[in-house]
Design a protein around this ligand. Structure first.
Ligand code: UDP
Length: 309
């Protein structure tokens, strides 16, 4: 197939693109490199069937080529970006998604969109099922991303129902693995780097808030399965193994063999207190579940940070 991947220089975008190339597809990768990594593009260029276009999807993509599938992953996604790139995120989730939908219409391509667990906000229902409508502060510090992604889901649904466009919606939960940006501000890159340097691990707040971490190859497998299934409703993709951030910090200390301590700094406003996917729909419709245990995934990620930071 001929496939377009936006955000190919990002963490998940790189792994997805590599997987599609391995499967024998031709891939055009697009990224504006605002948060994506040049090095990932350079590594993807080793594949003969990969082409790269530096481009911001908030502008229409000037290509004649036709695509069978479009994976839309372009968007800054770290909470640190939510403070510094608010307008960029809102534009990417609105004009950017609209441009990709128009391109999909023109090519008669199927659009697979990376939505997010952030559509559930600070959830009052736990674990989160796809039916849960969320608890989002529309003017809070995370609103550009949360509301942007919610708007994108509405826009994609409108194109599907109004034009009959083939669309798929993945709600991606916390994902980790090699090639996370070391300085993206997320807890795992921070904790691993701090542990490797022997510095205190900075836990925000009391550390009782929870997350559920999915290894990136599992997540990519879910995206690829979603692209070829019949489900048009959103599908949660994440690992339902939930852990408190405090416990995660201690797990990283143990797995790195570090003698770092844990320090606490004030919690950021609107930090979701719990997050865990209900993956019943993905299990049933995609026959998908995560396979990589957290300890195994963390060891692989730590090894990568050791050799690449
Ligand atoms: N966090 C932390 N220390 C850090 C970075 C993040 O304690 O150095 C916390 C953050 O407040 C949140 C959780 O870890 O409760 C996950 O944060 P992350 O930025 O990785 O992703 P999020 O799930 O918030 O998008």
């Amino acid at each position: 197939m001929r496939i377009l991947v936006t955000g190919c220089a990002g963490f998940i975008g790189f792994h997805l693109t590599a997987r599609l190339l391995q499967a024998g597809h031709d891939v055009l990768g697009v990224d504006n490199l605002s948060t994506g990594q040049q090095r990932s593009v350079a590594d993807l260029r080793a594949h003969a069937r990969f082409r790269f276009r530096e481009h911001d999807i908030t502008n229409p993509l000037p290509v004649e080529a036709r695509f069978d599938q479009i994976y839309n992953l372009a968007c800054p996604a770290s909470p640190a970006d939510f403070q510094t790139r608010r307008l960029e995120i809102l534009a990417t989730c609105s004009a950017g998604v609209k441009n990709m939908l128009e391109l999909a219409r023109r090519c008669d391509a199927r659009l697979v969109h990376a939505s997010t667990s952030e559509v559930y906000g600070d959830p009052q229902v736990h674990p989160q099922t796809e039916d849960y409508r969320g608890s989002v502060n529309p003017i809070g510090p995370r609103s550009c991303y949360d509301e942007g992604k919610r708007f994108a889901e509405a826009l994609i649904t409108a194109y599907r129902t109004q034009y009959g466009l083939e669309t798929r919606l993945a709600r991606v939960f916390n994902t980790y693995g090699p090639r996370m940006r070391p300085d993206d501000g997320r807890c795992l890159p921070n904790f691993i780097n701090q542990a490797l340097r022997g510095e205190p691990l900075t836990v925000y707040g009391d550390g009782k808030q929870t997350r559920s971490f999915c290894y990136v190859t599992d997540l990519v497998d879910g995206l690829v399965r979603l692209a070829s299934c019949d489900v048009v409703e959103p599908v949660n993709l994440g690992n339902p193994s939930e852990i408190a951030i405090n416990d995660l910090a201690h797990e990283v200390i143990r797995l790195t063999g570090s003698d770092s301590s844990v320090s606490h700094t004030p919690a950021p406003p609107d930090d979701p207190q719990v997050r865990c996917p209900d993956i019943t729909r993905a299990r049933r419709e995609l026959d998908w579940k995560p396979l990589v245990e957290r300890s195994e995934g963390l060891l692989r990620t730590i090894e990568w940070f050791k050799s690449n930071s």
